[in-house]
Structures are given as structure tokens and as C-alpha cells.
Design a protein. Structure first.
Length: 94
């Protein structure tokens, strides 16, 4: 099964579209883990994490404070756009 999801920054409207075969909950936990890893090691990360740490509208991150999942949910809007099985027939040779 495939899930296509959208994450919208409630501060500026930035949109991130992702595709995963994980559960939606597991994928969002993965984004949170990437954010924590970025803040600890300042390693490159996803465009969603880069947006959160580079924009001025989340000063707690700039001060090195780790957000909780609830704080992350307050700043971002999460939507499942599609959930199901992809139509692979469109990719098969004719």
C-alpha cells in the first residue's frame, strides 16, 4: 500500500508532499526523528526539516530547544492525500 501525504507549514504555507509505504504515523515519527538528528548533529536532512530550521517563524529551534511531537503538530498541518494501491498498469510496456 502507498500513502501520499501533504504537510503544510501553518506559518507560511510551505507545502511538502511525500510518498511512503510505511504507516502514516511511522512516517511522521521518521520526520520527527530527522528533525532531532539535524538539531543534534547539524546533518543534512529532508526539505521539510530544512524548512523548519531555516525559517524565522520557529525561534525555539534557533535556540536549540527540541520540540515535542505536540509542538510539531501545532506548527504543521498533516493531510493524507491518497491511500491505496498504485495503478502499475500505466507503467507497463504496451
Amino acid at each position: 500500500m502507498v500513502i501520499v501525504y501533504q504537510v503544510i507549514c501553518s506559518c507560511c504555507g510551505f507545502e511538502y508532499i511525500g510518498v511512503t509505504q510505511q504507516t502514516f504515523k511511522d512516517r511522521m515519527a521518521g520526520h520527527f526523528a530527522l528533525l532531532v538528528k539535524y538539531m543534534r548533529k547539524h546533518k543534512d536532512s529532508s526539505s521539510l526539516v530544512k524548512h523548519l530550521v531555516q525559517k524565522d517563524h520557529w525561534p525555539e529551534l534557533a535556540q536549540g530547544e527540541f520540540p515535542t511531537p505536540k509542538q510539531l503538530q501545532a506548527k504543521l498541518i498533516f493531510n493524507v492525500v491518497y491511500q491505496g494501491y498504485p495503478a502499475y498498469s500505466e507503467y507497463l510496456p504496451k
